[in-house]
Design a protein around this ligand. Sequence first.
Ligand code: KDG
Length: 319
Amino acid sequence: MNQRQDATLDVIAIGEPLLEFNQRERRDGPTLYSSGFGGDTSNFAVAAARQGARVGYFTRLGADTFGDRFIDLWQREGIDVSSVARDPEAATGIYFISHDEAGHHFTYFRAGSAASRMGPGDVPLDIIARSRVLHVSGISQAISAGACDAVFAAIEAARAAGTMVSFDPNIRLKLWPAARARAIVLETVSLADYCLPSLEDATTLLGERPPEALVDALLARGAPCVGLKLGPEGVLVATPEARTAVPGFVVDAVDATGAGDTFDGAFITEVLRGTPLVDAARYANAAAALSTRGYGAVDPMPMRAEVERFLAATGDGAG
Ligand code: KDG
């Protein structure tokens, strides 16, 4: 886990952004949806930028209004979009979020999207080589064979350049069959420096086991640092030498969409600032908790000052 001194970006993320339509009210009349921004790796990029990281994002967008809205978002957030490609022949993907007693659910309209048409030849090798961390996800790999190849090409370039790899499996079984997801994701775990699965992801990959056993199995695959996200319970952070359960924070949550991505972006930013892993996880738990207090993936993501105020007000213990 070397830390490059010659980098011009802290993180480059690669994947698919999706315009988001979030169910806001259920009443007798028509269901209302508010529009926002989603897509796990774009969420990661915004979360990291809001914590002060120098961030770049690579994807393909449609040459459409929704694509323009993403460029505006990333530019507002100070994210480098110089390598983003526009595709005149395919659309920017969208998704709907609905809410019920069991939580939030996604409905996708992304088949054939511009991002799904990316391939290994599109990967911005120079930007990866100039970044300290490359962040990719299982969703980036699930959307098409070309995108999956692009992710592996990006990882290969990162490893050759000494750029660390951060990986969130983010397994979405609506996008690919479980057997393929397991094969690809487990292979990627062995190439990652930071592996940041949810408990649900890890269970899909490795079967029902206690969190400690899941973490052991992921470390055994070769990932030097695992952060197993346990939702409101917090995170189990592990290296081959040590493991610590870092408790989460209780807040009035209304929508957990993007909380895991917020954790990832905040955690990697803290690690790059030189914060010890357990403290980085505590900071990221706070950022993730705060991101659940509003609707949508991106809107409620906190800025660094808000996370620091929250941590100062909470004191040492989680609560
Ligand atoms: O992690 C939140 C994402 O899942 C959401 O923003 C939509 O990227 C998305 C996806 O593919 O599910």
